[in-house]
Design a binder for this molecule. Structure first.
Ligand code: SF4
Ligand code: SF4
Length: 81
């Protein structure tokens, strides 16, 4: 059984997000989707799809694509085998 050695996750600042969808398009793991609510500027922001969150590899493609610097990427070693 293969074990992932590292886990990663992202944060999205929904108030910075303009809902352009670039991060959604470029995430190779399809971790990100569009929220079903509006932010204070009237955009539907990007959001992490809960069931897919564990598949984030920390590749940073989403953060590099984001024109509004709304995404943070975090990686950490997995403690359990
Ligand atoms: S870091 Fe990579 S895998 Fe993770 S959400 Fe962003 S684009 Fe997807
Ligand atoms: S790329 Fe940035 S601004 Fe565009 S939807 Fe994703 S988080 Fe929002």
């Amino acid at each position: 059984m293969s074990q992932r050695r590292h886990t990663a996750y992202i944060t999205i600042d929904s108030e910075r997000c303009k809902g352009c969808g670039l991060c959604i398009f470029f995430c190779p793991q399809k971790v990100i989707g569009q929220a079903e609510r509006f932010n204070q500027k009237g955009y539907t922001p990007a959001t992490v799809i809960e069931e897919k969150a564990g598949e984030c590899t920390g590749c940073t493609a989403c953060a590099l694509m984001c024109p509004d610097i709304a995404i943070g990427v975090y990686r950490h070693a997995k403690v359990a085998p």
